[in-house]
Design a protein around this ligand. Structure first.
Ligand code: NAP
Ligand code: NAG
Ligand code: NAG
Ligand code: NAG
Length: 322
């Protein structure tokens, strides 16, 4: 026992631990580093959904630092205003504005777009980042499962209504934040309205992230030759508020593990930024990018073009008269 304690107190042990931590942290570094990317975005306009916290906040801050006009699309005026003020002051860019958008309400999506069309002449970048996980079974005013409305149908309608503006401003880019969890998702179009939906919150999340990729791929086909590209990505496992609806003990474990092994929100923003403005992604469309900014293949289901087409039609139909 005594010998063990001596060993544990040995400087070699401390040194090994330090090296281990450094190695683990180094693993988190990606192939592409936004800090080494000189791209400037003066004269460009971007919308980032869910920009008040987590990955979206870090994405919006980076875009603002590069000189873009950034519209923070958030549902909560108080949190949104705080983020806007902080991004303005950290970036020194006054062209950062808040517009209210609640993705679980199709009426809110339409109001948001109407305002954008009245106020903005151009749109070069749309980042569909906002998402939710762990919600109990609940329905929106429109009759959709709330997680489906927030993670998929809301972003779908938002993007659809902004396509003309994006095309008119081309070259422009659409970025969709999905997740590697999509590989465990299943496609059943009845899920949108909660029918046949076995409600395990992380499973519903997985379904929505699968639909994100199917949609991105089909949209890229529809946008061929328009000068608008669309790609989706996995940001990595990132220590944010993403588990806010999960039990406290789970969040404590997540944050503790996360300190060593997961990404910070700044690191988690990297693959989104890569898709948003890296020169390597010029003209690239319909791809899935992993957290190291590599183009990889998503699951076989996510690559099924026929399902993508069908899903697109279903979403158009579900949102057409809302
Ligand atoms: N963190 C991870 O490990 C991880 C892994 C894979 C994928 N992702 C994806 O990354 C994206 C960003 O997540 P995050 O980790 O940054 O999570 P987060 O910290 O929870 O941020 C989510 C953002 O989405 C917003 N949002 C939620 N519901 C909304 C609604 N109905 N209307 C408008 N905005 C809404 C939130 O606004 P409020 O603050 O007002 O709630 C918040 O700004 C999500 O799509 C998530 O699925 C995350
Ligand atoms: C967003 O919309 C949903 C669904 O209609 C509604 O239940 C919720 O209260 C709204 N949230 C905010 C912050 O406006
Ligand atoms: C993704 O999958 C993990 C398990 O690998 C799960 O614990 C987590 O809740 C899922 N992520 C989200 C945001 O639901
Ligand atoms: C959701 O996906 C994650 C990661 O792929 C997986 O670990 C988890 O079990 C899935 N959830 C369900 C309920 O299948």
């Amino acid at each position: 026992m005594g010998a063990w304690w001596t060993l544990l107190g040995h400087p070699l042990w401390a040194a090994c631990t330090l090296v281990l931590v450094l190695v683990v942290r180094a693993q988190k570094r990606t192939r592409w580093d936004p800090r080494a990317c000189p791209v400037k975005l003066h004269g460009k306009t971007a919308i980032v959904t869910g920009a008040n916290t987590g990955i979206g906040y870090c994405v919006a801050l980076d875009l603002a630092r590069r000189g873009a006009r950034v519209i923070l699309a958030c549902r909560c005026p108080i949190k949104g205003t705080a983020a806007r003020d902080q991004i303005r002051s950290l970036s020194g860019n006054p062209q950062v504005d808040l517009r209210i958008l609640n993705l679980s309400s199709m009426a809110s999506v339409r109001d948001f777009v109407q305002k954008i069309k009245e106020e903005e002449k151009e749109l070069h970048l749309l980042v569909n980042n906002a998402g939710v996980s762990g919600l109990p079974k609940q329905f929106t005013a429109d009759g959709f499962d709330t997680t489906f409305a927030t993670n998929h149908l809301g972003p779908f309608l938002l993007t659809h209504l902004l396509l003309n503006l994006l095309k008119a401003s081309s070259p422009s880019r659409i970025v969709i934040v999905s997740s590697s969890n999509h590989s465990k998702g299943k496609v059943d179009f009845r899920h949108f309205t909660g029918e046949q939906l076995v409600h395990r919150s992380d499973l519903v999340y997985n379904h929505t992230k699968l639909h994100n990729i199917l949609w991105s791929n089909e949209l890229s086909v529809r946008l061929q030759g328009s000068g608008v590209t669309v790609n989706c990505l996995h940001p990595g496992i990132v220590v944010t508020d993403v588990l806010r609806h999960y039990p406290l003990r789970l969040r404590v474990i997540f944050n503790l593990l996360g300190f060593f092994f997961f990404k910070t929100p700044e690191e988690g923003a990297v693959s989104t930024l890569y898709c948003a403005f890296s020169e390597e992604m010029d003209g690239v469309s319909g791809k899935y990018i992993n957290s190291d900014c590599n183009l990889v293949l998503p699951s076989a289901t996510a690559r099924d073009a026929q399902t993508g087409k069908e899903g697109y039609e279903v979403c158009l139909r579900l949102t057409s008269n809302l």
